[in-house]
Design a protein around this ligand. Structure first.
Ligand code: HPA
Length: 260
């Protein structure tokens, strides 16, 4: 089973026949909303809106542990995660889709592990934060797309919910970030801890703070997101049918030799 996490502006996937809506209980409290279980091309897909069905949960309040736990409980082995981002490098102009390959975590106060207390301590390998097999599937799928798609990119995750200052963006550019968002972490590392394959697709909705003359607005973010929804959904659907039954990567063994 494959899961999809939708961010701002992506609340469903057209063409995916929703058969069931499931509410999950987890040891970490409630996930962002119901999991929508549907069929696409003979495959079962599980969709979750990261910010809730009515977009009521801000980035720093998302219950990332509950969301990933819910997917795990439902039997999801792979997650394609979508998030809106600001573009920092010149490669990432608004409207571009980026198949992410690296992360810089600048979050401050988020619950970021399933393993504490009685569960013991775990240090997962996170050298390559995104599943290489899922990334390759997305890159193969992108060959069929006419959209502007970048094959790699470093995502810096801020705490939010405010947007960044000009100096912060200058700093992020210097340390090698291509795009900035508020939700990529700890989602990606929790998926790894849960031994779920995880790939991130960033939708560049605006140029990051200070890189454009006009003020940054959420209206701009949503407008660009809406314009790219078509090509984003086409990419996701093309990728979904390419996913093999069995996993050939090491994500399924992430906890081996990771426990103290
Ligand atoms: N910064 C952080 N998160 C974002 C942005 C941004 O400029 N655009 C969309 N999500």
């Amino acid at each position: 089973m494959t899961g999809i996490i939708g961010g701002s502006g992506l609340y469903q996937i057209s063409g995916v026949d929703i058969r069931k809506k499931v509410r999950m209980k987890t040891p970490y409290g409630p996930p962002s909303g119901s999991y929508l279980i549907g069929e696409f091309s003979g495959r079962t897909i599980v969709f979750l809106s990261r910010h809730g069905e009515k977009h009521t949960v801000p980035p720093h309040k998302v219950n990332y542990r509950a969301n990933i736990w819910g997917f795990k409980e439902l039997g999801v082995e792979r997650i394609l995660s979508v998030g809106a981002v600001g573009g920092i490098s010149s490669r990432t102009t608004p409207g571009t889709l980026v198949v992410l390959d690296q992360i810089i975590d600048m979050t401050k106060a988020r619950e970021s592990t399933f393993h504490e207390g009685k569960a013991g301590v775990v240090h997962i390998d996170f050298t390559e934060p995104y599943c290489p097999e899922l990334r390759k599937i997305l890159l193969d799928a992108s060959r069929r797309s006419t959209a502007a798609i970048k094959k790699s990119g470093t995502y810096v995750c801020t705490e939010g919910p405010r947007l960044e200052t000009k100096a912060e963006i200058r700093f992020f550019a210097r340390i090698g970030a291509d795009v900035v968002g508020m939700t990529g972490m700890p989602e990606a590392s929790l998926a790894r801890e849960a031994e779920i394959c995880y790939a991130g697709i960033a939708v560049v909705t605006n140029s990051a703070a200070g890189l454009q003359k006009r003020k940054l607005t959420v209206t701009e973010v949503i407008e660009t997101m809406n314009k790219t929804t078509g090509s984003l959904q086409a990419l996701l659907k093309e990728a979904l049918v390419k996913i093999p039954l069995r996993r050939g990567c090491s994500c399924k063994d992430a906890l081996k030799k990771a426990k103290i």
